[in-house]
Design a protein around this ligand. Structure first.
Ligand code: FAD
Length: 308
């Protein structure tokens, strides 16, 4: 283990400032069954040696799911991952409740929060502001920064417009408002074509958004999974990737390898473009992290060959 463990997490903004190479982060989600909880424990243990710079845990709408976010954060702490960034959303909470949760997070020594409006709970089609609650991530950033100025806050960015987007420019203006409210960095929604990310970064730069923009990458692990996810978040599923996944048919192993190889190529290209970090939506599995190791090895070997 290379890092010294401290009861108070380092702000990720500090890591971003001083990093000599792009940061690596993994996103975990609270599992719903005992079986998937057991498998998450194995993943957490197995990935420990890959030494990510930080890890995050998603936040669900219901009360029990919320509690689970902090249980998973505690599990990650037991395995000495650090910093750990819980996600927090506006869904179903009044401002008083959000303040209580923020105080709890702060008292537990966490100093980083992925700050989101959140998706509507299962079975509901649109986001509804809770009674006495907040309507968007910008207002949550504002509330959290006023309550605990030493929080480092990540926010979501959308290289392909958010399904509720009111237009390209309004989207970017709104993201700028999240920065101006105090957001410290942006993690993007998943995408399968890096051009979306590069264009997005350019637009942000023109609009005066200068906080780091970390690309969020999810490997396609099966056709069904990736169709479901892209239909929810609106990301484009490129035809060549779709074709390869379809050709894999019922061969789950072949489909997974296809997704991992696509992801590895995306990562190589992003790393070579000097991104500030890579956030992997690992889906609580080990293999997505291997894509990063593959990409890193490829880049290191190529550089070595160039210097021989
Ligand atoms: C990195 C990452 C992590 C995530 N983690 C979780 C999680 O843990 N739990 C969960 O439930 N969901 C999570 N999500 C999904 C996220 O909650 C959804 O995408 C949600 O629909 C929007 O949340 P947001 O924070 O981006 O919302 P906001 O930033 O408030 O807004 C989203 C979009 O709505 C539009 N919009 C909203 N308000 C305005 C305004 N005033 N003016 C103009 N346009 C506006 C814009 O198009 C904007 O991009 C995550 C997404 C990402 C990218």
């Amino acid at each position: 283990m290379s890092k010294l463990f401290s009861p108070i997490d380092t702000p990720i903004s500090e890591l971003l400032k001083h990093a000599e190479r792009p940061l690596l982060s993994y996103e975990f989600f609270p599992p719903k069954t005992d079986k998937s909880m057991a498998s998450l424990r194995d993943t957490v243990e197995e990935l420990r040696d890959t030494d990510p710079d930080f890890v995050t845990v998603t936040y669900g709408a219901g009360g029990s799911t919320r509690k689970l976010t902090f249980e998973i954060a505690a599990l990650l702490r037991r395995f000495r991952y650090q910093p750990i960034m819980p996600h927090l959303t506006c869904v179903g909470s009044s401002q008083e409740e959000l303040v209580d949760i923020a105080d709890y997070i702060h008292a537990e020594g966490f100093r980083n929060i992925m700050t989101l409006r959140g998706d509507p709970p299962k079975g509901e089609n649109s986001f509804v502001t809770a009674q006495g609650g907040l309507a968007c991530a910008r207002d949550l950033v504002d509330l959290l920064k006023r309550r605990h100025p030493d929080f480092c806050l990540g926010v979501a960015g959308y290289p392909e417009p958010h399904p509720e987007s009111r237009g390209d420019q309004e989207d970017i203006d709104y993201l700028k408002a999240k920065q101006d409210a105090g957001a410290d960095f942006i993690t993007t929604q998943l995408f399968f074509e890096n051009q979306y990310y590069y264009r997005f970064v350019e637009k942000c730069d023109k609009a005066g958004i200068h906080i780091p923009i970390i690309p969020g990458i999810m490997p396609a692990l099966s056709l069904g999974q990736i169709r479901r996810i892209t239909s929810m978040c609106g990301a484009d599923l490129p035809l060549p990737l779709l074709g390869k996944l379809e050709s894999a048919g019922d061969n789950a192993e072949a489909a997974m390898n296809t997704g991992i190889m696509w992801c590895t190529e995306q990562l190589i290209d992003l790393l070579e473009h000097g991104v500030p970090g890579i956030h992997l939506y690992i889906l609580n599995q080990v293999r997505p992290a291997l894509a990063y190791q593959l990409a890193r090895t490829f880049i290191d070997m190529t550089h070595k060959l160039k210097t021989v």
